[in-house]
Design a protein around this ligand. Structure first.
Ligand code: SF4
Length: 457
């Protein structure tokens, strides 16, 4: 199904009816931003094969998209000049980058560790990921779920994404999966099943059973929108929501801890970002790309490297980098040299590492500031101090703090919150627990550089 847009991008002419129809971009419901058409391609688990990368490159070339963005849910966002055609959409569907049924495509919003199925000692959740994706694609009634419905699957990997918010988590445990609900904060249910699809199906069915009542009677301010899963659970009560949900096995090991969260950004000061695999001869090589952006030239170069070294896929991370898994240790240096020519950078001290920005005014109607542009300027300043380790810096265009993961280190990280003051762009800085008042973007950047370099002197 091709999406017909009636507005061009020239002269600032935007068809607002289309923008309002699709407040959250998808593949079949793009939104129009100031400088392009935004299309979001869901990549369950962040897994993108070399063949899929080639498809993406073709679609980008045809639609006038010069770069893609790795989102903070390890999906892909295109910002193109031309609307994707029916031919493009078919190409993406054939490559497995889109559901055949456009109504459920956006629900392929399933997150796993980027090292899923590769780490020693972790449970391989990739088969569960694929089964759940297939279930979503083949179940039309799921189109009635909230568009924000999201699933995480945790196999206890060392490279963890458990600090990311999802409506439900399936946590590998005792050979099965424990259902963990997001009720504002995670709540670990007693339900453990060896069938991950059955858990998702049961949660979805119960949501669909009650969602209409919640919209009409409980969440009045959301009358025109579908309630989130947690709204439904809150309305009917979690005991009632879970009662008889699944013919499940009850874990007797109720005291066993939830797997330990580990910092997603790894250690700084190391020359490279390498991730150990179960296969001792192979390793995952993480690549930093500033603000998650990859140009079409970089993608084509990456495809050539992957093909040259017989590497089949990349894994996108929610911290907007990507990992090349299965690199033979014996060819690691050759791979790095080939990547540096593109250029792609495996250096953990890259100045862009740790700088995370939301789309800001160039892609979000709620934004008070141009967060992306300000992040670029900050990275340019950080690049003047190449050998210094910096904390993570999160730049959000408004108080919703989309650039700040839930589990970020609030004592160590720096957080910039965009605000509009009398029509001007301002940031408040939260740094090491201190507030710096409201500053214009350049003053905020200068303040960060001053305090970071002073700390490191
Ligand atoms: S933090 Fe605000 S401006 Fe940024 S993406 Fe979220 S809602 Fe939009």
């Amino acid at each position: 199904m091709a999406v017909k847009l009636t507005a061009g991008l020239t002269d600032g002419l935007i068809d607002k009816s289309i923008v309002e129809l699709a407040s959250c971009p998808g593949l079949f419901c793009p939104t129009i931003a100031i400088d392009g058409i935004l299309t979001r391609i869901r990549t369950p688990g962040g897994i993108v094969s070399c063949v899929q990368l080639s498809t993406l490159a073709r679609v980008m070339e045809r639609s006038g998209c010069l770069q893609l963005l790795i989102t903070n849910r390890a999906n892909i966002q295109l910002r193109s000049v031309e609307n994707l055609t029916e031919f493009d959409l078919n190409d993406l569907q054939d490559a497995g980058l889109a559901a055949r049924n456009p109504d459920v495509d956006h629900l392929r919003n399933v997150m796993t560790s980027p090292m899923a199925g590769l780490e020693l000692g972790a449970f391989d959740v990739v088969p569960a990921l694929r089964e759940i994706e297939q279930y979503i694609c083949e179940t039309p009634k799921l189109a009635a779920l909230s568009a924000k419905f999201s699933i995480g699957i945790d196999g206890g990997e060392r490279v963890s994404v458990r600090d990311r918010a999802n409506d439900i988590w399936l946590v590998a445990e005792n050979g099965g999966y424990r259902l963990v609900l997001n009720l504002g904060q995670e709540w670990r249910s007693e339900i453990v099943s060896d069938d991950p699809v059955e858990l998702v199906r049961a949660v979805a069915d119960r949501y669909l059973q009650y969602a209409d009542q919640v919209v009409n009677k409980s969440v009045k301010h959301r009358r025109s929108r579908k309630p989130r899963l947690r709204d439904v659970i809150e309305w009917i009560g979690k005991e009632r929501f879970l009662d008889g949900l699944v013919d499940c096995t009850i874990s007797e090991d109720t005291a066993s801890p939830v797997p330990t969260f580990v910092p997603t950004l790894g250690k700084r000061g190391e020359a490279e970002l390498l991730h150990l695999q179960e296969d001792p001869h192979r390793i995952g090589l993480e690549i930093v790309c500033a603000l998650g952006k990859l140009t079409i030239e970089q993608i084509n170069g990456l495809i050539a490297v992957l093909e040259g070294f017989e590497l089949g896929e990349i894994r996108l991370t929610p911290w907007q980098t990507f990992i090349i898994p299965n690199v033979l240790r014996s060819s690691l240096e050759s791979v790095k040299i080939a990547l540096s020519a593109i250029p792609l950078n495996p250096n953990s001290n890259h100045p862009a590492r740790g700088v995370i920005a939301c789309s800001g005014k160039s892609g979000c109607a709620s934004a008070a500031t141009h967060a992306q542009e300000h992040a670029q300027r900050l990275i340019a300043q950080l690049a003047k101090y190449p050998d210094r380790p910096f904390p993570s810096i999160h730049i959000s265009g408004c108080e919703k703090l989309c650039a700040q993961p839930r589990g970020s280190d609030t004592d160590r990280d720096i957080v910039l919150i965009g605000r509009e003051v009398n029509g001007t762009e301002r940031y408040s800085i939260e740094q090491y627990g201190l507030g710096y008042g409201l500053l214009c973007p350049d003053d905020a950047i200068a303040q960060i550089i001053t305090s970071l370099t002073a700390k490191n002197d």
